[in-house]
Design a protein around this ligand. Structure first.
Ligand SMILES: [Zn+2]
Length: 225
């Protein structure tokens, strides 16, 4: 419920999502107020999921909100994720991103990955067993000391806002049974120079446990293709 989760939440509520589950262990901090605009000064110290639920309830009373002020981890990921139609990864830790990837593959839950470091953001939608997953692209999480976390590199409001809104758009397409625009594709938004948006197709990696490569291979060798 930070730089990506807040714009995604707002966008989903506007687009007509009716049931949302929020997962975040952190309380609202003073430094969040400038960019994460749904929080107000009296929310400081309150769990972000509670403050966000209060904000939603005031503006979108039809939305049913479930709150979990806990960190997603290996003990709770499967039960939290399996109960849902679509997952938005708005986390800032590679460990959490790989856990979301692996749990969504195991429970066959589609999800959209999102990440922002400095002036660059990325998004990619994964349809388990059909399109490339995060491990097809990155294989393993980076070493701890290699990680240039959002906290160190800074996170730029407009980039996070754009990626979060895009993630919500992917979720709404999937929920309306339309193909998400970024399934099998990774979008990179680099705002450091003249704004650049690049969309690159990513192929499933042979040997990746997600099984998407086998599926693609089977389809491309099917009779009549
Ligand atoms: Zn994979």
């Amino acid at each position: 419920m930070g730089g990506l989760g807040v714009p995604a939440l707002w966008s989903l509520a506007r687009a007509g999502a009716r049931r949302l589950t929020l997962v975040d262990p952190d309380p609202v901090e003073l430094s969040n107020l400038a960019r994460q605009v749904i929080y107000r000064p009296t929310d400081i110290g309150v769990p972000k999921v509670d403050a966000a639920a209060r904000w939603l309830c005031e503006r979108f009373p039809d939305v049913k909100v479930e709150r979990h002020a806990i960190a997603l981890d290996a003990s709770n990921a499967a039960s939290l994720i399996a109960a849902h139609d679509f997952v938005i990864d708005a986390t800032d830790s590679p460990v959490a991103k790989f856990l979301i990837n692996d749990t969504c593959i195991a429970t066959r839950t589609p999800f959209v990955y999102g990440g922002v470091v400095g002036m660059t953001g990325q998004a990619m939608t994964v349809i388990p067993g059909e399109t490339a997953c995060i491990r097809c692209v990155f294989e393993t999480p980076p070493d701890e000391d290699e990680i240039q976390s959002c906290r160190e590199a800074g996170i730029v409001g407009p980039v996070a806002g754009a990626i979060g809104e895009m993630q919500a758009g992917e979720a709404m397409r999937a929920l309306r049974a339309q193909k998400p625009l970024l399934s099998g594709k990774i979008l990179t938004y680099d705002a450091s120079g003249p704004s650049r948006v690049r969309i690159t197709s990513v192929s499933p990696r042979p040997g990746c446990g997600c099984g998407a490569w086998k599926q693609e291979h089977r389809e491309s060798h099917a009779p009549g293709r």
